[in-house]
Design a protein around this ligand. Structure first.
Ligand SMILES: Nc1ncnc2c1ncn2[C@@H]1O[C@H](COP(=O)(O)OP(=O)(O)OP(=O)(O)O)[C@@H](O)[C@H]1O
Ligand SMILES: [Mg+2]
Length: 262
């Protein structure tokens, strides 16, 4: 087991209010597993990811990485976000080597590593392009190459394909499946799309609201590569969607008029 989350709770306290996000989360993640977190908006998916990243402190409980408590960000974990936060004034290759150079690696070695991951994300011919010359999908592939080049054991991905159109998203999902199989990284991936979660993950963790926590964990043991329209994927999706709908409805009922229903 690489990551162990024990009795984790988070409450945000501001001057005016307290927000209890989740309580008593327990979760074990094995090395090389692909985990998807799903749940309604505001259930704490990003908060959980931030705590694992060491960017946010838990109110109670602990996250153990290879048995050691996580207290701060470290080279064993890397985050990738919906907006890729690339440097528009740098070329693709220089964006990818940026973190490697900061970590003190010599330039030649950094270029060799960057080339490897630009090849893996099919961007070799664009390595000297500037970010503003690229499509949204290509930008996320640069971000993915940058993320992979840091060689962290755990990749934390917060809706990385959330802003892309559905065709580009499908292509990136297929690419990520292949990359994950080739690199055997441990990936924790937040998504709003049940389809994406079933396509990619070994396990889906459905988070709930009021009370916040884990509602259910699904093992997705469909052989890979997975196709969106295969019977097994569609069947699993409908099963997970039913539970997710209940949670989404709960949130909407609290926010919308009382005569609202799905
Ligand atoms: N820094 C903060 N200070 C106070 N409250 C916060 C802070 N960050 C998040 N929250 C609150 O914590 C709850 C969980 O937020 P979080 O962003 O983790 O949800 P999420 O599941 O990622 O939502 P989404 O699907 O919309 O991205 C929300 O109610 C949010 O308003
Ligand atoms: Mg979020």
């Amino acid at each position: 087991m690489v990551l162990e989350i024990n009795n984790l709770s988070k409450t945000f306290v501001t001057k005016t209010k307290e927000t209890a996000v989740f309580d008593s989360i327990d979760l074990s993640i094995d090395k090389g597993q692909f985990i998807c977190l799903i749940g309604p908006s505001g259930c704490g998916k990003s908060t959980l990811l931030n705590i694992i990243a060491g960017l946010e402190k838990a109110t109670e409980g602990e996250v153990l990485l290879d048995g050691k408590a996580v207290t701060a960000p470290g080279p064993d974990r890397i985050m990738m976000f919906q907006e890729s936060a690339l440097f528009p004034w740098l070329k693709v290759i220089d964006n990818v080597i940026f973190g490697l150079k900061i970590s003190g690696m010599d330039k030649k070695e950094a270029y060799t590593i960057a080339d490897r991951y630009l090849h893996m994300t099919h961007l070799s011919q664009f390595k000297n392009a500037y970010i503003h010359e690229l499509s949204g999908g290509m930008r996320q592939r640069v971000a993915l190459a940058r993320c992979l080049s840091m060689d962290a054991e755990i990749m934390l991905m917060d809706e990385p394909f959330g802003a892309l159109d559905s065709q580009t998203r499908l292509i990136l999902q297929l690419e990520l499946q292949k990359i994950w199989e080739a690199t055997k990284k441990t990936i924790i991936f937040v998504t709003h799309s049940v389809e994406e979660a079933v396509l990619l993950s070994d396990k889906i963790v459905l988070m709930s609201v009021n009370p916040g926590g884990i509602k259910k964990i699904y093992d997705i043991d469909i052989p890979r590569p997975r196709e969106v329209d295969s019977e097994a994927v569609v069947h699993k999706m409908s099963y997970v969607l039913k539970d997710l709908k209940e949670e989404v409805e709960k949130v909407a009922k609290a926010e919308f008029d009382t005569d609202w229903h799905l």
